[in-house]
Design a protein around this ligand. Sequence first.
Ligand SMILES: NC(=[NH2+])NCCC[C@H](N)C(=O)O
Length: 282
Amino acid sequence: MTQTTAEAPASAAVRPSVLMCRPDHFTVSYRINPWMFPQLPTDTALAVQQWEVLYRTYLDLDFDVQLIDPIAGLPDMVYAANGGFVLDGIAYGASFTHPERQPEGPAYLQWFANAGFDAREPASVNEGEGDFLLVGDVILAGTGFRSATASHEEVARLFGREVVSLNLVNPSFYHLDTAVAVLDARPGADRPRIAYLPSAFDEPSLEVLRDRFPDAILATEEDAAVLGLNSFSDGQNVVIAARATTFSRQLREAGYSPIGVDLSELLRGGGGVKCCTLELRR
Ligand SMILES: NC(=[NH2+])NCCC[C@H](N)C(=O)O
């Protein structure tokens, strides 16, 4: 008997190309989000070790993984997702909110140009894929803490796609990718699925999410508190924080294959799986 299920068919998997940055210079030396405590010591070797597991997980899944050289004095450069937003061969550069991270913008933009992308200097403050998520044909765009709404308009013009602005209200979930997980990786997919944390959004944004994604997985506060939503999916395999156990079960029930990794040391900078991963779409 053929089993019919509306959930995540195996054919939904794509082979992603991603950019990562080894955390050779990772530490927490300033505080730009509530997760960061500069007075506590960090363990850079442990951060590298944990990052290597994520890197090897992607290679084992047959992802194409590109690397950008880490720069001394830029401890947050490991969070590659913030380096830009890349779609249709165009790389929209990042312009960081906080001075501590501002030099990362040109460094990533140079990498995109060298890699053959059409690299575009941004006019507005934005933190790349931290706040811009492609879901099917639509770009979900976060604001409230980092990326300015003007960058949402810039992205809409640049990529000629519908951009849906969402307001983040909880400082612990300051980037959209800490509050939304994109599960269906196919660009242009019909009924793409996401998971999200309802309490991270204001009421009007929640209405938009409920309306557009009626079958979304709703994450628990516990899982969000270990940045469980900050995950990366190829449409079938979803790499998530190992400690997000309810999310793991929810994903399994929905037909996905969750893979847990432990990035506890990088969580101390306020980032997880997705933050360490920037998708490159030609
Ligand atoms: N895509 C992400 N959510 N990245 C996390 C960035 C963490 C970094 N310490 C910051 O606050 O900017």
